[in-house]
Design a binder for this molecule. Structure first.
Ligand code: ADP
Length: 287
């Protein structure tokens, strides 16, 4: 596999490359990840079963969509392929550092700028992708409540049912989505889609970086909500975001609805107590 990947990099960059060193990188939840180095250059490589090639192709398109927005740094994908029985994606390596207050404030500004990128086709994307390893459907849809109900929550509920999950109030919740979002008319915004703390970092040079996206055009609040699911980002991030693009009234309630998508997805990926967490969120939304 390594010579094939090196050949791929040599071809795409037009400069000979050989994997002289490789080291496993932790922190991801779905794939094997490596730093591969040779001839004084480093790349970030993720591998999975060959059947997961499409997932990597979609990730590459997502990284490119973010990079093309020129609002925030994302690693440049060098392409994907299959080597032996392994699918891979390779992208630029970015040295990640700690990041102080100013860098996180800049992250807030950059994300707000990315969220001002819109499109005329509505909510969705030109391409389905994945959230973690779960398929994520993105058909262009004019109405946000319809999109979120049908292609986010209802889709995850169906997967959960197949997994044996039980959500007695699910139909009631789905029926209530238009009401829960009534009076809220977001612009379709380019969103990262999976913005937990493992997917946002500060480079060694102090620049905000977004990683591993599940992009689509949606309500920008889905990204803000996701930042709070597993512990939250530094306070400077929220300050920076709100300076640049203040959140609309009602965010705190919508956040629970939006984060339900991720908790259902976690139930579908990992099972366990995510079921009762989702049930509690549904009860709260219907109370
Ligand atoms: P997974 O798809 O398995 O969740 P990620 O894409 O989230 O994997 O990557 C896992 C970790 O690797 C990240 O949390 C980050 O610390 C690091 N990482 C990701 N992309 C890069 C990159 N381009 N350069 C350097 N480190 C990276």
């Amino acid at each position: 596999m390594w010579p094939e990947i090196a050949q791929h990099i040599s071809r795409v960059t037009g400069s000979p490359f050989e994997v002289q060193q490789r080291r496993s990188v932790g922190g991801g939840s779905i794939n094997q990840a490596y730093q591969i180095s040779g001839y004084d250059r480093s790349y970030f490589l993720k591998t999975n079963q060959a059947s997961q090639l499409a997932m990597f192709e979609q990730e590459a398109l997502g990284l490119k969509e973010i990079a093309d927005s020129k609002t925030v740094l994302a690693p440049r994908p060098l392409g994907c392929g299959v080597a032996g029985n392994v699918a891979y994606i390779v992208m630029d390596w970015i040295d990640l550092g700690g990041g102080g207050t100013a860098a996180w404030e800049a992250m807030g500004h950059s994300l707000a700028a990315m969220h001002r990128v819109t499109n005329s086709q509505g909510f969705g994307w030109h391409q389905d992708n994945t959230i973690g390893a779960t398929p994520q459907k993105n058909p262009w849809t004019a109405d946000w409540a319809e999109f979120f109900r049908d292609h986010r929550l209802a889709y995850q509920f169906r997967l959960a049912q197949r997994r044996g999950g039980s959500f007695p109030q699910q139909d009631e919740l789905l029926a209530a989505v238009p009401q829960l979002l009534a009076g809220h008319y977001p612009e379709p915004a380019l969103v990262h889609g999976d913005l937990w703390s493992g997917n946002a970092a500060i480079s060694a040079e102090g620049e905000p970086v977004l990683l591993d996206p599940a992009v689509y055009y949606g309500d920008r609040e889905v990204d803000l909500g996701m930042t709070e699911v597993f512990g939250g980002f530094p306070a400077a991030f929220y300050r920076g975001y709100n300076d640049a693009h203040p959140l609309d009234k009602g965010y705190e309630q919508r956040k629970v609805l939006y984060n339900l998508y991720h908790i259902l997805n976690h139930f579908n990926l990992f099972g366990g107590s995510y079921q009762s967490q989702a049930q509690r969120m549904i009860a709260r939304l219907l109370s």
